[in-house]
Design a protein around this ligand. Structure first.
Ligand SMILES: [Fe+2]
Ligand SMILES: [Fe+2]
Length: 267
C-alpha cells in the first residue's frame, strides 16, 4: 500500500500511520509523556504494566494481520508465518487480559499508545515492516523478556512471570521467521536492501523526534525513561537466527564493545 492512500497522523513533526481501531473504552495517546506509568512494582504499576503489554500484543496482532491484507501477493509460506503470528499474538492478548482481570485491572484502565503500528505500518514494503516490527521491536522485546519474568517473581507474582515466560518462547519464532525471510527476499532482489535501509533510517528519524526532553515527566509525574535499554539477549537472538556478525553489531551499538569483540572472535 502506498503511504498516500493511508490514513495518517502527524506527531512531533513526523507523519505516521493513523492508529488502528480500538474499543471506545480505551484512551489512545501518542507519546510516553501522555501515559500513566510508574517505575515501581506497586499494585497500580503491576496493573498498568500488564495493561500496556496487553495493548502492545494487540498492536503486534494488528501489524501482522494488516501485512496479510496489504501484501496479498507475498509468498504463501511467508503469509502462513504471518497468519500463525496473528494467532500467537491473539492468544497473548487473551492471556494478558485474563491475568489483568485476576489482579483487579480492566480494559481501558490506563491510556494506551500504538507506537509500533504507527511507525511500521507507514512503510510501503513487507520487507520494511518485517525489519521494524519483527526484527527490531520484537527482538528488543525478546531482550526485555529475558529479565522481566524475574522482576515479577521478585514482586511475588509467579503466575504472571510464568505467563511472560510462555509468551517469550513464541516471540523467538516471530523474530526468526522475519530474519529468514528478510535474508531470502533480499538475496533474491538486491533492490529490497534499499527498503530495509529506508525502514531503519525512518525509525531513527522517528526516535529522534520522540526523544523526551531532559526531565520530561508523564501524566502521573514519573520520569519518561529514554535511556534504559534491556541488555542484549544473546542466547535468544541466536535462536532467532541473528548471525554472530549481526549480534556483534547490535552489541557494539548498545555500548557492549568488549562483548562485541568476543562475538566477532567467535564469528
Ligand atoms: Fe506476542
Ligand atoms: Fe510477537
Amino acid at each position: 500500500m502506498n503511504p498516500s492512500e493511508m490514513d495518517t497522523k502527524v506527531v512531533r513533526g513526523v507523519t505516521l500511520r493513523k492508529d488502528p481501531a480500538r474499543e471506545s473504552c480505551f484512551k489512545v495517546v501518542d507519546t510516553d509523556a501522555e501515559m500513566a506509568a510508574w517505575a515501581d512494582m506497586s499494585a497500580q504499576s503491576l496493573r498498568e504494566r500488564l495493561h500496556r503489554h496487553m495493548n502492545n500484543e494487540m498492536t503486534s496482532l494488528d501489524i501482522a494481520a494488516q501485512c496479510l491484507a496489504d501484501f496479498p501477493d507475498a509468498p504463501w509460506d511467508l503469509r502462513m508465518q504471518l497468519a500463525r503470528q496473528s494467532w500467537d499474538e491473539s492468544r497473548h492478548v487473551t492471556a494478558l487480559h485474563r491475568r489483568l482481570r485476576q489482579i483487579g485491572g480492566f480494559k481501558g484502565e490506563f491510556p494506551v499508545a500504538n507506537f509500533e503500528w504507527t511507525v511500521t505500518c507507514f512503510l510501503d514494503s513487507l520487507v520494511g515492516r518485517l525489519t521494524l516490527q519483527n526484527r527490531t521491536f520484537e527482538a528488543g522485546a525478546m531482550d526485555l523478556m529475558a529479565s522481566l519474568p524475574g522482576k515479577w517473581r521478585e514482586a511475588g507474582d509467579d503466575e504472571t512471570a510464568d505467563l511472560l515466560d510462555s509468551i517469550a518462547a513464541d516471540e523467538i519464532q516471530h523474530v526468526r521467521f522475519a530474519n529468514q525471510w528478510i535474508r531470502k527476499l533480499t538475496s533474491e532482489d538486491k533492490r529490497l536492501l534499499f527498503k530495509v535501509a529506508h525502514a531503519v533510517r525512518f525509525l531513527a528519524q522517528v526516535n529522534a523526534a520522540f526523544a523526551p526532553a531532559p526531565g520530561e515527566t508523564n501524566v502521573v509525574g514519573e520520569a519518561v525513561d529514554a535511556g534504559w535499554v534491556a541488555p542484549i539477549n544473546v542466547a535468544d537472538r541466536e535462536l532467532a537466527e541473528f548471525s554472530e556478525g549481526e549480534i556483534a553489531e547490535i552489541l557494539r551499538q548498545a555500548g557492549f564493545t568488549a562483548l562485541a569483540s568476543r562475538e566477532e572472535t567467535r564469528a
